[in-house]
Write a protein that binds this ligand. Structure first.
Ligand code: IPM
Ligand code: MN
Length: 383
């Protein structure tokens, strides 16, 4: 057997451990069934529980420890719930969520992929029946922009206080995320063609393409990075004449995501604008319960990528076994597919898991089921 690939499992807070438990059941089943070269270690941090014991949300050398793994499978971080317990151990968001940002930055996970495809069985929030065709991939720039965490507060607490929060955009960071978007557009077109569901997009010169990249900015008001994004987008697009190009301002994009989301294919957005857009995109594809996400470092295999659903710790339902593990399971499927770059058997297992979760959703999506029932139903399909 080849050297096993290693996963750091970090369940986190709230519903995190509940949905991660179902994901691990599926991993166990797939490993046993296909003799997958896969092993994992469960970490009690980052979490509120760890902070309560150790006065820090994760150990100082956490990133060094995680660097020994090939991937990180993370449940959720934040308010551990339940919300009706006023005495629960609570931290400020900036403390409890910091590990997410530290991992993204520390491991240069510069791509955040958030697919939004309305699969059969998922809740269709939009009344228009064309919503059935929603199938987009929002790619969020994950390493810089509005999230660099630079700035400060001057004369804090006084009436002359000044708060600054810097946004930093580099040409290198811009180029790599836009190019990644075009590459994904090509791959998606190939997959659709192979599956007999090719799509058609219209370019500026009347030509048709099987894929599209839409870049999002706010260049009418935030012109410096907006103009740089636009120029880099045009430059990179020249290398992909087969892909249609499009631009939307973030506010108009929000409107069009609701009005005609089926018109989008790949969408590339900055860190904050992508963050906001992907909550909206999650709802368009059935809600937070089904929306996967991953934070990828595509060019340095020595650094682990991190797989966490778009949803948070859901303190309102935590501890009751009510959370929908579907998003976590789709995210786990994506992790296996990602590790499949190193070991093809894992890519096949990822596809198998995706198919099982999608089949379960198609059959039972409308029914009220608890976490365990959904997990067991998926597991039964992996026999
Ligand atoms: C997300 C979350 C995080 C983000 C928060 C928890 C810091 O909203 O993953 O989308 O803003 O990136
Ligand atoms: Mn978010």
């Amino acid at each position: 057997m080849p050297q096993p690939l290693r996963i750091a499992v970090t369940p986190g807070d709230g519903i995190g451990p509940e949905v991660v438990t179902e994901a691990v059941h599926c991993l166990e089943r797939l490993r046993e069934k296909h003799q997958l070269p896969l092993e994992w270690t469960r970490f009690p941090w980052p979490s509120h529980a760890w902070h309560e014991q150790n006065n820090e949300v994760m150990p100082a050398d956490a990133l060094e420890q995680l660097a020994h793994y090939d991937a990180i499978l993370l449940g959720a971080l934040g308010d551990p719930g339940p919300v009706d317990d006023p005495d629960r151990y609570l931290l400020s968001d900036s403390v409890s969520l910091a590990p997410l940002l530290e991992m993204r930055k520390g491991f240069d996970q510069w791509v955040c992929e958030r697919p939004a495809r309305l699969l059969p069985g998922a809740r269709q929030y939009l009344a228009d029946d064309r919503a059935r065709d929603i199938d987009m991939l929002v790619i969020r720039e994950n390493s810089e922009g509005e999230y660099v965490g630079q700035g400060g507060r001057l004369r804090q607490g006084t009436e002359h206080e000044v708060a600054t929060q810097l946004e930093v955009f580099t040409r290198r960071g811009t180029e790599r995320i836009i190019r990644y978007g075009f590459e994904q557009a090509r791959l998606r077109a190939e997959t659709r063609r192979a599956e007999g569901r090719a799509r058609e997009f219209h370019g500026h010169h009347g030509q048709t393409s099987e894929s599209q990249v839409c870049v999002i900015t706010k260049r009418n008001a935030l012109r410096y990075w907006g103009d740089m994004y636009t120029e880099v987008f045009e430059e990179v697009a020249r290398d992909y004449p087969d892909v249609a190009t499009h631009h939307e301002l973030i506010d108009a994009a929000c409107m069009k995501f609701v009005q005609a989301p089926w018109a989008f294919d790949v969408v590339v957005a900055s860190n904050l604008q992508g963050d906001i857009l992907t909550d909206l995109a999650a709802v368009l594809s059935g809600g937070m319960g089904v929306a996967p996400s991953c934070n990828l470092n595509p060019d340095n295999p020595a650094m682990p990528s991190m797989f966490e659903p778009t949803h948070g710790s859901a303190p309102d339902i935590a501890g009751q076994g009510l959370a929908d593990p579907t998003a976590m399971l789709f995210t786990t499927a994506r992790m296996l597919e990602w590790l499949g770059r190193r070991e093809p058997a894992l890519a096949r297992a990822g596809q198998e898991l995706f198919d099982a979760v999608a089949a379960d959703l198609a059959e039972n999506g409308g029914s009220q089921r608890d976490t365990r029932a959904i997990g067991d139903s998926v597991l039964a399909r992996l026999r």
